[in-house]
Design a protein around this ligand. Sequence first.
Ligand SMILES: NC(=O)c1ccc[n+]([C@@H]2O[C@H](COP(=O)([O-])OP(=O)(O)OC[C@H]3O[C@@H](n4cnc5c(N)ncnc54)[C@H](O)[C@@H]3O)[C@@H](O)[C@H]2O)c1
Length: 379
Amino acid sequence: MINNMTTRKVVCQQTIEYDVITTHDLFDPCNPALLLAGRAKDARRFVVVDANVAGYFLPAIQAYFDYHGIEARIVTFPGGEENKTIEYYLELSRELDAFPIHRRDEPIIAIGGGVLTDVVGFVASSYRRGVPHIKVPTTLMGYVDASIGIKTGINFNNGKNRLGSFAAPQKVLLDKSFLKTLPRRHLLNGVCEIIKLAVIKDAELFGWLEQDGLRSLDAHFQNEEGGRIINRAITGMLEELEPNLFEEDLARRVDFGHTFSYGLETRYERELLHGEAVLLDVALSMLVARSRRLVSDEETTRLFGLIDSLGIKLKTNLLHPNQLWHSLVERTYHRNGFQRTPMPDGIGNCVFLNDVNAGEIETAVKKLEEWMILKYENV
Ligand SMILES: NC(=O)c1ccc[n+]([C@@H]2O[C@H](COP(=O)([O-])OP(=O)(O)OC[C@H]3O[C@@H](n4cnc5c(N)ncnc54)[C@H](O)[C@@H]3O)[C@@H](O)[C@H]2O)c1
């Protein structure tokens, strides 16, 4: 064999570091949090705000920057999965281009739910090959999940988050008072992700949800118990994300509930929110786990009891075994050829399965439907 190759190895290491800061009264001019990450004198900020959030806070946001003498271009963006599109990505990029910012010390500020922070994060990570950004989640989904990691994305070509990047924010600013105006369905949407985490990782958190979940929901998580639940969820999520930020290890506990839900979300974008699809997946997976004796009857009953106690009605009419199987096949491709399906191993623990079969999925769907009939037909 002729050796006709010359190799020059290039090695570079980059430390990823960002702060997840809990604060309150974010738009009080005396609170410096929003300006901490960048130049605060004679500076500019490009700020993208969820339209519903703007309805409550736009004057306060404008007043905040005026007070600090910062020239701010505040753009509103409509939340909702249907807007996680390349069109909005381009529109925001154009707006940004028309309001140039210093690419090192004038971070873009994203204030909104998971859709907004995903889209704006992607704009920031690709504009001029990357400008810094700050995320301010205003939904529970954003608070405990979407904003605290480094993934960005938009939906494309019928694929969820098909275009996106890994891009660490400079800071994440958590102010749970945003949750006061969040509609109940969207609060529950975030709760679904907390349930997922509890089942797979944190039995104590599961107990707290059983004990204080409903009360916290009613209080929009402004109560002490609600604060305890979401703090624990964030800590647990960060414990999982931090050692594997770039998902080099494809067996991720936090992917529990994200195997069958992928196909559900893609197909039923209008009917299902992200967390609702995740919870359907969690319920199905629990039944698969029960049939494999990974969880007990008592643990299964506890999960369904919790779902029930929170007033969540699972949309089991959207479950079709064939579609769920195809979702698993797609995720297997995404996970580099192995299913790596996280499954509960008792509440609070996790195993990864590579041999889930179509028959098991079908049986689980039937059981879930039976449970729904039992539950709701006699009501
Ligand atoms: N990047 C990640 O790691 C990651 C993780 C989990 C989820 N996600 C993504 O997050 C998205 C879902 O996020 P979401 O559930 O926050 O949806 P969303 O951003 O669409 O927000 C939900 C709704 O709540 C409204 N809203 C936002 N804040 C409000 C407030 N304080 N008061 C009243 N209304 C408010 C929005 O306008 C929208 O109508 C999905 O696209 C999912 O893929 C990303």
